[in-house]
Structure formats: structure tokens, C-alpha cells
Ligand binder design. Structure first.
Ligand SMILES: Nc1ncnc2c1ncn2[C@@H]1O[C@H](COP(=O)(O)OP(=O)(O)OP(=O)(O)O)[C@@H](O)[C@H]1O
Ligand SMILES: [Mg+2]
Length: 368
């Protein structure tokens, strides 16, 4: 089986190079400090949450992960929380099953169903939501165990009016019973919830940022997985893979996956196989990139093209090379691309494309 998974959250044993991040997040959780986990799409938030929650569980805490992707209403949020608790097994799971039934979140919102029972709708979703949000307190009363509640894709609650206020009003009383991790991919949206003084969750959590993977960690892990599966990788090819992946976790794993797939057992991944793998990777991503490119305005495309070529879009001369007339229009395009997670701007060091393969694709497009 191909040892490089690129399409879903990975198991803790497969996580590369996040020792420091995992340790820091676990420490915060164990000290009862709520945390936000920020990172661009596909940088490994869900995988890291899985790893850290497993460690928290080994340390005696109960853990639950609530995926909020795409929620639009309080009903949706209630259904997601209920579903998350329902996936728990063992004595805690059985205990919670009883509590869920007691709070009225019966089978109607378990499983795949997302709607609440009529009874509860009449009684009001708010009461049910409060009961669901307070489950860690009930659990703590009965077992003495604290719960870690991870909300993944938390930026989605922006679309649910008043949800952050309701959440804040409950979790502030959860003291020793629960610690919260709020993970999300769109920095601007998550930032809007936690960094805006006028929002209820302002200052309620310590921020953690997931960056790119270090080259050393990738080199070691990729070489080891080739070896363990009876293949080798030429040092130059490995270097090329690391440079092309630019520390982007999912892109690096995708490239490694494709390279491994064209390397038969007992043989070596070399320049020729790398060429084949890279072509296959870009072909696989063509539709995604075409869709993104089509969704951009002309100045956004110009900014992306400039960054792909290593130019600075806000420098007048560089900007002109891609048809940008004014630094101010480049700046506006940069802001809109950052808010959509296409660019990231690190303090002091300008903007860069989040996805190194998008840069390659744009270069090919412009050269064709
Ligand atoms: N530390 C890591 N080591 C190895 N691969 C990783 C790591 N982090 C992420 N990946 C790769 O990225 C992919 C996506 O990981 P994951 O789903 O955890 O990211 P995410 O940030 O939650 O993504 P999304 O924004 O889509 O929810 C994985 O399938 C894996 O290929
Ligand atoms: Mg995720």
C-alpha cells in the first residue's frame, strides 16, 4: 500500500514533524487553557487535533471532536455536537448515550440525520444547545474527568447568528470540566471571532499557528517510508521533492504519493520517475486550479502570476511586468486573496502563495 496519504486526515503515527506543536497544544489543554489552532487549508489541523486528543485521552481526559464545516443554523450545530458525542465508545460513550437521551437529543439527530425532533424544536433549539454544550459539566460531575472539546472548522459559526455569544456564555462556566480547541482554516474569519474586541469570544483562547513542515523532517520521513516499503529514493530526487513541496504538508505528501506510485519494488525513485510523477500530479490538480483561476478577478490573477514568478506585486516595476497598474490595486487583490486562503502574509516578509503547486501550474500556463 502506498505509504503516503494525501486525501484525508492522517493517523497520529503518520504525522511528520509536529512534535513541538503537539507538545505545546497538549500542555495548554492540560493546563485548562483554551486554544485556537490556525493554519491554511490542508496544513494538517485535523490530523494534529487527532494526535493531540489521543494524547489527552491517554492522559485520562475525555475527548470529543465536533466538525462544524458548513453549519448554517443552531439546529445544525446541535446536530453536530450530538453526533460527535455519539461516536464515543466505551463507558464514557454509554454514559453520554444516557445523557443525550435525557437532554432530548434522541436518535433523531444522531447518525446521519441532521434535524431535531419536533418536540425539541417546539421547546426551542437554544435549550437543547445549552444542554449539549454543558455535557462536559455533567460528565465531570459523574466521573471527575475533564473533557477536551475540539471544534474543527470553527470559522463556520460566523454564519450562525449569535452562536459565538451563546458559546461564550456557556464555556465561561465550564472551569475544570472542559478545555476547548477551536480549529479553523480561514485566518481572517477565525481572527474575526477571536481578535475583534466587539465579539464575545475576544481573547478567550490562546492562538497556535501551524506552519510549513521543515525540510529535515520531510527528508527523513520520506526516505524512511521508501526504504520500509522496499524502495529507494535518489538524494537529488528527494531534494527536488522537498523544494517543490515547499513544506506544504498535503502537497508534499501528494508528490511523494505519486512518486512512490511510479517506483516499483526494489527500484529507485530517480529524475525520470520524478518527471513522470510531477506531470501526473499537475494533471490531477488541473481542474481544481482552473476553477480557482476562473474565480479570480484580473488583478488577483496578476498578483498570483507575479508571486509565482518570484516578483513583488506591490513594487511598481515588478507589478508592471504582469500588468498591474498601481500598488494600491495590487494591495486590494492581495487582501482578497489572503482572506480566501490563497496567499499568506507573514509579518515582515511580504506575501507568498500558500500552494507551491499552484505557482508551478500558473508558470506553465503563462509559458504555454
Ligand atoms: N504533519 C503532517 N505530516 C504528514 N502529512 C501531513 C501532515 N499534516 C498534513 N498532512 C497531509 O495533509 C493532508 C491533510 O491533512 P488534514 O486533513 O489534517 O489537514 P487540515 O488542515 O485539517 O485540512 P482541511 O483544511 O482540508 O480541513 C493529509 O492527508 C496529509 O497528506
Ligand atoms: Mg481539517
Amino acid at each position: 500500500m502506498n505509504p503516503f496519504v494525501y486525501h484525508a486526515p492522517i493517523v497520529p503515527e503518520a504525522v511528520i514533524g509536529r512534535e513541538r506543536e503537539a507538545a505545546a497544544l497538549l500542555e495548554a489543554i492540560q493546563e485548562g487553557v483554551n486554544a485556537t489552532l490556525y493554519a491554511p487549508r490542508r496544513f494538517g489541523k485535523t490530523s494534529l487535533l487527532g494526535q493531540v486528543l489521543q494524547q489527552a485521552e491517554n492522559a485520562g481526559m475525555a475527548t470529543v471532536t465536533v466538525d462544524l464545516y458548513g453549519v448554517l443554523t443552531r439546529d445544525d450545530v446541535a446536530a453536530r455536537i450530538s453526533r460527535a458525542y455519539r461516536t464515543l465508545h466505551g463507558p464514557i460513550g454509554r454514559l453520554l448515550e444516557g445523557m443525550l437521551t435525557a437532554v432530548g437529543a434522541g436518535a433523531q439527530i444522531g447518525g446521519t440525520g441532521a434535524s431535531l425532533s419536533l418536540e425539541r424544536r417546539v421547546a426551542g433549539t437554544e435549550a437543547l444547545l445549552i444542554d449539549l454544550l454543558d455535557l462536559p459539566v455533567r460528565l465531570h460531575e459523574r466521573t471527575g474527568r475533564p473533557t477536551v472539546v475540539a471544534f474543527d472548522e470553527f470559522q463556520s459559526v460566523i454564519d450562525v447568528p449569535g452562536m459565538d455569544a451563546l458559546l461564550r456564555s456557556r464555556i465561561q462556566h465550564h472551569g475544570p470540566a472542559a478545555t476547548y480547541v477551536f480549529a479553523g482554516s480561514e485566518p481572517s474569519l477565525l481572527g474575526a471571532l477571536f481578535n475583534d474586541r466587539s465579539r464575545p469570544l475576544y481573547g478567550q483562547a490562546q492562538p497556535f499557528r501551524l506552519g510549513r513542515l521543515s525540510a529535515d523532517a520531510v527528508v527523513q520521513a520520506v526516505a524512511a517510508r521508501f526504504e520500509a516499503s522496499n524502495r529507494r529514493i535518489e538524494p537529488r530526487t528527494l531534494e527536488e521533492l522537498v523544494i517543490t513541496g515547499a513544506g506544504h504538508p498535503q502537497r508534499t505528501m501528494l508528490l511523494a504519493h505519486r512518486l512512490w506510485a511510479v517506483t516499483p519494488p526494489r527500484s529507485q525513485a530517480d529524475e525520470r520517475r520524478w518527471g513522470t510523477a510531477l506531470t501526473a500530479t499537475l494533471a490531477q490538480l488541473a481542474i481544481e486550479f482552473e476553477t480557482l483561476w476562473t474565480s479570480m478577478g484580473a488583478n488577483e490573477r496578476r498578483v498570483v502570476a507575479a508571486l509565482a514568478e518570484g516578483l513583488s506585486p506591490v513594487a511598481t516595476r515588478d507589478g508592471r511586468q504582469v500588468g498591474l497598474k498601481r500598488p494600491s490595486s495590487a494591495q486590494r487583490a492581495i487582501e482578497s486573496l489572503s482572506s480566501r486562503g490563497v496567499l499568506e502574509t507573514e509579518r515582515g516578509s511580504g506575501s507568498r502563495l500558500v500552494d507551491p503547486l499552484l505557482a508551478l501550474w500558473v508558470l506553465q500556463l503563462r509559458a504555454s
